[in-house]
Design a protein around this ligand. Sequence first.
Ligand SMILES: Cc1cc2nc3c(=O)[nH]c(=O)nc-3n(C[C@H](O)[C@H](O)[C@H](O)COP(=O)(O)OP(=O)(O)OC[C@H]3O[C@@H](n4cnc5c(N)ncnc54)[C@H](O)[C@@H]3O)c2cc1C
Length: 464
Amino acid sequence: MPKIVELLTDTFGKNAVLPRAQAGTRVASNWRQNENLDCLALLLPETTDEVSKMLQICHEHNQPVVPHGGLTGVVGGTVTRPDEIALSLERMNQVEEINVQNKTVTVQAGVVLQHLQQVLAENGLLFPLDLGAKGSCMIGGNISSNAGGLQALRYGVMRNLVLGLEVVLADGTVLSSMNKMVKNNAGYDLKHLFIGSEGTLGVVTRAVLKVEDLPVSRSTAFVGLNSFEKATQFLQYSMKHLKNELSSFELLWQDYYSLMTSPPSPFSPVLPQTYPFYVLMETRGQDAGDGAVFETFLENALTSGLIDDASIAQTQQELDWFWGIRENVELIFSVHQPVFLFDVSLAISDMEAYIEKIKTDLQNIWADLHFYAFGHMGDGNLHLFVSCGHADHSTRHQVEDIVYQPLRQIGGSITGEHGIGLEKKAWLHLSRTAEEIQLMQTLKKALDPKGILNPGKIFLLTSL
Ligand SMILES: Cc1cc2nc3c(=O)[nH]c(=O)nc-3n(C[C@H](O)[C@H](O)[C@H](O)COP(=O)(O)OP(=O)(O)OC[C@H]3O[C@@H](n4cnc5c(N)ncnc54)[C@H](O)[C@@H]3O)c2cc1C
């Protein structure tokens, strides 16, 4: 057994330190589930103090450590090499305090998002971050990736939901900033450094999160639209007329909708497959009469010709059906192999032309290409799936070049949600200036001078 693993086992015991063979029985990623972990050891701390002491030892021994949450990240942020140690927060899974009066919840980083939503719902509260991976992803992972999800339009992204944070730095220093207030301008707001830093600056151990009253109404509809322009006008109209209750506005291009509503998909179409665009929209409100208001709103939009078709979910079963069509992305991977996944951000006004351009450019090279687009239109964030029959390095680079390069001209971003990890670091310079990247590296050097925390992620080469 390597000396450091022996030392860690002697200090923390066999339950907290799994050596290579034992760690290797676990999957490396809950997203892919096609490989097992191959790392020096897997650490399973139960307290912040243990995280601190574990990092202290690793720091002293120049031992690289990769923080693990729910392993649902899709950019290789948790990839752990055979000579690295993984540190999972899964045993730090306590909801410590729910404060109904102050609308806050204090949690440990290993709490699974869906579990938190359920516990809060039992107390009449809502934690509004919501994403397809909610059954596995953990709050620490959500914070470290600044997750966005399905309700960001109304409630913001993870960054907007964190009031306080506890982080352990690379050398074991505990930085406790468990602030519970909305306003606190006493110097730098350091938590924002760690939110979205993908485990490269510190290990998130606990957090204070903002919660909302649990809505009493939920209205969901699929809408068919004959043009992108109509989708844009309908979004503006919805934001103006739905009393700030609009929580989701998801746009689906026809190809994606048709795939998701045809066999082997378990879902049948809600609306005919003939519309070039579909919107899945939802409102959440505090008034039992909201459903009737929503129905009238859609009737008016139909009568005035703003939208071309609509169907409202009437039962929980229909609600699951509607959302299933939007969220069943795994289907793409079962019918096409290999698939490249993108999550670009851009202005709504640029979306249609951008999608047309990259689709045409890709088809000019791969005539039998499969291309699917959908996403959080209201947030300017789209997910693209591209399958061109090959997955070798040069094909991947060519596809990425076509998808990413146009974003530079229109001021878009190569990632709206998923982050950089390993997969996108070669393209970081398209979305950040050289000065921004240099400052990021300076911060990394200041907080982790030995470069032991999640090495090689975000930045191309470690010039650290
Ligand atoms: C089906 C599906 C749907 C998804 N939908 C969305 C979506 O709508 N919006 C969205 O934003 N993302 C989405 N994702 C991506 C992913 O779920 C999110 O990025 C999620 O926030 C990751 O959480 P996790 O706990 O799984 O983190 P992990 O995958 O375990 O880790 C992600 C990154 O954070 C770091 N990290 C994890 N925990 C800690 C910690 N405690 N301290 C420091 N660093 C840490 C890791 O090193 C890694 O770099 C989706 C993924 C899937 C598979």
